[in-house]
Each structure stands twice: as C-alpha cells, then as structure tokens.
Design a protein around this ligand. Structure first.
Ligand SMILES: Nc1ncnc2c1ncn2[C@@H]1O[C@H](COP(=O)(O)OP(=O)(O)O)[C@@H](O)[C@H]1O
Ligand code: SF4
Ligand SMILES: [Mg+2]
Length: 321
C-alpha cells in the first residue's frame, strides 16, 4: 500500500547542558494512505519529538538525520521555507492543550474561517458555512452561536472539539493528534474519544494518534508503533500486536493492566525500573535493564529490526536467535 509518510533511519538529538539527548533513534516507519497509526509509549519515549518532526516543528537546536518523506518529498532535505510550505499544504495537528493553539482575542468563528481561507483557499461565505456544519458534526450545540464566542468562554472539551474541527476543515492528508485528550477530565475524554472515532470517516487522509494508553490504541488505530527510549521497538497491525506481541516491552505493557484494553483510563503505564538516561550512549538493547526475558548478549548487541526488510517488525534478539 502507498505510504503518505515514509520515515527511514530517522534520529533527533538535542544538545543540552547535560550532554547530547537522543530523543528519537533510528526510527523506520511508514504511515499508509487512509490509516490510523497509533504511536504508543511511556512518557519520555520520544513520541512528541517524532510527532513534531513530522510537522517540522522541532526547535532550532534539534539535530536531525535520516529520511522523513511526506508525499514523496524528503522534508529535511528541503530548505526551511519549502518544508513549511509542504507541511502547510497537507499536515494538520491537534495538540494536548488546545488553549495555546487558539487566539484568545479573536472570536473562534473568525479563526475557523481564516484558517480555511489560508489553507484551503475558500471564500469567506463557504468557509463560514463549512465551519458551522463541522462544529455541528463535532457535537457542539448551537454552532452558529459558538462561532461568536472567544476561546476562554469555552470548556476544555468544547475547545478541543473546536480544534479538531479546525484541523478537519483543512482536509489534511495527514492529521497528527498528540495526546489530544490528556488534559481533559475523564468524562470529557471519553466523549472526545468517541468523537475522534466517529471523525475517522471525515478525514480522507491518514491519522497519527499519539498516546501513552494502549487501550486507546486498541479502540482507534489500525496499526500501532510501540516506542521505547526513542526507538520504535515494534510495529504491526493493532489486533495482531495485541493478540501476539513480539517484543518483551509490548508484552510488559499489555501485562501492566489487562483492563486498559477495554476501558481507557488516565493512569500511566507502570513497568518496574526506569528507561535509560537519554544522554547516555546506549550499548545493546535499550530495554535490557527492565526486560523479564533478557539474555546474556542483550546488553552488548543492539537488536536489529526483524524481519529486516518488512514494514512491520520488532527489535529483539529473541526473534533472530
Ligand atoms: N527541546 C528539547 N531539548 C532537550 N531535550 C528534549 C527536548 N524535547 C524533548 N527532549 C527530551 O527528549 C526525550 C523525548 O521526549 P518527548 O519526545 O517529549 O517524549 P514523549 O512525548 O514520549 O513523552 C526526553 O528525554 C525529553 O526530555
Ligand atoms: S533484546 Fe534482549 S533485553 Fe531486549 S527486549 Fe529482547 S530479550 Fe529483552
Ligand atoms: Mg509527549
């Protein structure tokens, strides 16, 4: 199947006072046309860095290597302006905190209209009609009235719905949602998740859904990429990864709390131990210090992707030995 996004041996590092932080390491991953891909992992595993890299929103200090091709063009081989243009024409995002993305002194209707005029070249009248229609589809009552409000007058849940509407109105080829429900209370979170599930059919493009919650991945995603310490350690079709996880880290995540598979919750994943310091130079498998299935050579030998040529793989020496 065609990939809208093709990431190969992609790494991101940040020089810091403590040393060089490697946030994303050698990631190889495809996002296929029309799919919802889940990016799951503990806090600090590099999900947001990878998401921001896709949106070309990394801080200037970030050192990038490898390939990140959107619609066939390698984003990081282009100059900055060309990169922004390409991203502006097809990638949209929904963040954790919608408050920062909306302008507090401009009515939300005007923002929704301007956004479409810039991104989709629509007339003001057409943009207004589509905005009201989309707010209605997002389950917002009195959408025409809401258009006249300011973002601070809206609850967190309504604000996030407005952001999802804004993103969908540009008809993106790729929508990146980075933990879009984490800042919401539990009831609102469930409502927004329901909405995201229903919205799948409003997005003609693909979605990358970033979360620390495997339960949400099971509910929303066709495929899942599991991140650990900056690496994608396993990627595959969601049902097969859940039924037959190949990487010990994925197995540990699933064993943490079986209820998460049926009931999305706000708790973080807990596996004994800590991820390696991102400043340290890693030898061997990044998961070795916490792995219940560790072998003698794991701390020395870096596990390869297996199968090496496939789009769907895991990184564990147990698969190759
Ligand atoms: N701008 C930055 N400068 C230095 N280190 C960063 C920066 N952004 C993220 N990091 C580090 O990169 C690692 C991955 O972070 P992040 O991508 O935010 O993970 P996640 O979204 O999975 O929680 C962490 O160790 C984090 O501290
Ligand atoms: S390579 Fe070794 S330490 Fe790493 S996940 Fe596999 S068995 Fe565990
Ligand atoms: Mg994050």
């Amino acid at each position: 199947m065609e990939a809208v996004l093709d990431i190969a041996d992609f790494s991101v590092a940040y020089p810091t006072d403590r040393g060089r932080v490697t946030a994303v390491r050698d990631v190889t991953l495809q996002v296929r046309e029309g799919e919802v891909l889940g990016l799951v992992g503990e806090s600090g595993s590099g999900k947001s860095t990878l998401a921001n890299a896709i949106m070309t929103l990394l801080p200037d200090s970030a050192e990038v290597s490898g390939r990140m091709a959107f619609a066939g063009q390698d984003l990081y081989s282009l100059d900055r302006a060309a990169r922004r243009r390409l991203r502006g024409n097809g990638v949209a995002s929904v963040f954790q905190d919608p408050f920062t993305a909306l302008n507090p002194v401009v009515k939300i209707g005007r923002q929704l209209i301007e956004f479409q005029r810039q991104k989709a070249g629509r007339s003001a009248a057409e943009a207004k009609r589509l905005a009201i229609d989309m707010l209605g589809r997002m389950g917002i009552s009195d959408p025409a009235g809401r258009m006249k409000q300011y973002s601070f007058e809206l609850s967190g849940g309504i604000r996030q719905r407005v952001m999802i509407a804004a993103a969908l109105l540009t008809e993106p080829r790729l929508l990146i949602a980075d933990e879009p429900t984490t800042a919401l209370d539990a009831t609102t979170e469930l409502q927004v998740i329901e909405l995201l599930r229903a919205s799948r059919h409003l997005v003609r493009g693909s979605i990358v859904f970033v979360t620390h919650d495997l339960g949400l991945v099971a509910e929303l995603c066709d495929r899942v990429a599991v991140m650990y310490a900056g690496e994608v350690v396993e990627v595959g079709a969601t049902p097969s990864v859940i039924a037959n996880p190949r990487h010990p880290y994925t197995r540990a995540l699933l064993a943490c709390d079986p209820r998460r598979m049926i009931e999305p919750s706000r708790r973080f994943l807990t596996i004994p131990g800590k991820a390696p310091d991102p400043v340290s130079v890693l030898q061997g498998c990044a998961f070795a210090s916490r792995c219940a299935e560790v072998l003698a050579g794991c701390a020395v030998e870096r596990p390869p992707r297996w199968p090496a040529a496939g789009e769907e793989y895991a990184r564990c020496v147990r698969l190759t030995s």
